[in-house]
Ligand binder design. Structure first.
Ligand code: UDX
Length: 460
């Protein structure tokens, strides 16, 4: 196993929970292989340096307030970051590359940070891309020009059930979609972000070969840059929960004691991640579906989850009390710990990539309710390819919710799904051991980074 010495890596995440966690986990992995680490970050949603005394941090003044961010969709937030962060990053790199006593072999940046490519190019600093989502969703993004040419995009309501012949196993309804006033801008951003990966010195993936092997093979041909599937990142270390450090919201750990009081595999854990929102009507259908299923449930209702509400106001008074302790609601949970708790039987998820991977790593079957972007692709894979979940996206209605929960908790179907989930869990664990696919890929990454030529580092 090769180790770095006297080498400093600069890393930068997109400032959203689903991107910050994998980047910090990647930084930990590379630190454990001898690299010194500097996390470059926006002031907006900045990570907490006190959790990482062994890293250096450098903040970039982005001028984005929470008030401003709350009025923007993901697309416009991304635009703003790409415009406002370029000059400050250029100034910072000029200083760091001329002063660093250590060699800086490359910059590792989230795939969506497009402004980093020209800045690195200017300094002739090699750039590696971190793709925090799955390879399958990336392939769907990379196929956008073809899908447009063949008329599958923009998505037409009348064609939702039509198979996408050029991109199995998808139907039109499974293609990535973002709720934006400006779908054309989304299309453009996606094309630029795929091109930016193609122009990089390599792509690091939070996935593993055995999970997405055929897609990774296709992407290797298509991108023609080195590929490093070294995930699942959060399982590289034995310590149980990486998100207890990377979380932007404080997890409510009281739910762990509640889980301790529940029977083995009896609890439905419900969370739709850090960005998705639902309507009041959908919230109430979920609430009644959970109540009517008669299963215990742990539900993350993030402040802001319900459009137009602060928190739980739409819930009928006495709702939880009438369940006699069968329901537990928190604003934010220690998700990795929750999923590894023996009482959890099912994860009802929006299929953000991190949640999907965390569920796979614990062998927990999923109920899939994707909302936007890559989530539809991840959900399709969970239910139809890996067969570790069931789909619940067409009708968020209490009867349907109750029936789906029962199907996964007590029906015959669950045995096969659970067996598939446990098989995948095993593969996710084996790939990280010596000789495993992610272990070997990490070796290649470290060795390739050590041999990268950087013309600007003072130390070399
Ligand atoms: C976003 C996008 O929505 C998603 O589609 C993309 O794949 C990544 O970026 P997010 O919606 O937050 O992410 O979902 P996800 O990727 O699942 O990440 C959520 C993270 O927050 C997970 O690591 C999860 O463990 C953590 N989490 C979530 C908690 O720690 N506590 C919670 O209560 C809920």
């Amino acid at each position: 196993m090769e180790r770095a010495k006297g080498e400093r890596l600069l890393l930068m995440a997109s400032p959203l929970q689903g991107h910050i966690t994998p980047l910090l986990n990647l930084a930990e992995i590379l630190f454990s292989r001898g690299f010194s680490i500097t996390i470059v970050h926006t002031l907006f949603n900045s990570p907490d340096p006190s959790s990482y005394p062994h890293f250096d941090f450098h903040a970039i003044a982005d001028g984005i307030s929470h008030a401003e961010a709350s009025t923007l969709d993901g697309l416009h937030l991304s635009d703003l970051i790409n415009v406002r962060c370029k000059d400050p990053l250029e100034e910072y790199l000029a200083a760091v590359l001329s002063q660093s006593k250590e060699r800086v072999p490359c910059f590792i940046a989230d795939a969506s940070l497009l402004f980093i490519q020209p800045v690195c190019h200017h300094f002739k600093l090699p750039r590696l891309v971190l793709r925090t989502g799955g390879a399958s969703s990336f392939l769907a993004f990379a196929s956008f020009p073809l899908l447009r040419q063949k008329g599958y995009l923009p998505i037409q309501e009348s064609r939702l059930e039509e198979p996408v012949l050029d991109l199995p196993p998808f139907k039109v309804k499974d293609l990535p979609k973002i709720p934006s006033q400006d779908p054309e801008a989304f299309y453009e951003l996606v094309c630029r972000f795929v091109e930016s990966c193609r122009a990089s010195s390599g792509v690091i993936w939070n996935t593993f070969e055995e999970l997405e092997s055929s897609v990774l093979t296709k992407l290797r041909q298509d991108l023609s840059v080195p590929m490093y599937p070294i995930g699942p990142f959060h399982k590289h270390f034995l310590t149980s929960s990486s998100t207890s450090f990377t979380s932007l919201l404080a997890p409510d750990k009281s739910c762990m004691s509640w889980l301790d009081t529940q029977e083995h595999r009896s609890v439905v854990y419900v969370s739709f991640g850090s960005v998705s929102t639902i309507s009041k009507v959908e919230f109430l259908e979920i609430a009644w579906g959970l109540a009517n299923s008669k299963q215990p449930f742990l539900w993350v209702v993030r402040p802001g989850l319900i459009r137009g509400s602060e928190w739980l106001e739409p819930l009928p008074s006495g709702f939880l009390e009438n369940l006699g302790g069968r329901g537990y609601i928190v604003k934010w949970a220690p998700q990795e710990q929750v999923l590894s708790h023996p009482a959890v039987g099912v994860f009802w998820t929006h299929n953000g990539w991190n949640s999907t991977l965390e569920s796979i790593c614990e062998g927990v079957p999923m109920i899939c309710t994707p909302c936007f972007a890559d989530q539809k692709v991840n959900a399709k894979y969970a239910s139809d390819v890996w067969k570790v979940g069931v789909d619940l996206q067409n009708k968020l209605e209490r009867g349907e919710v109750e029936e789906t929960i029962k199907k996964l908790m007590v029906g015959d179907e669950v045995n096969e799904i659970r067996e598939n989930a446990l098989n995948l869990k095993e593969k996710a664990s084996v790939c990280l051991k010596q000789g495993g696919s992610s272990y070997s890929s990490l070796d290649s990454l470290v060795s390739d980074m050590l041999s990268l030529e950087c013309s600007t580092s003072k130390a070399h």
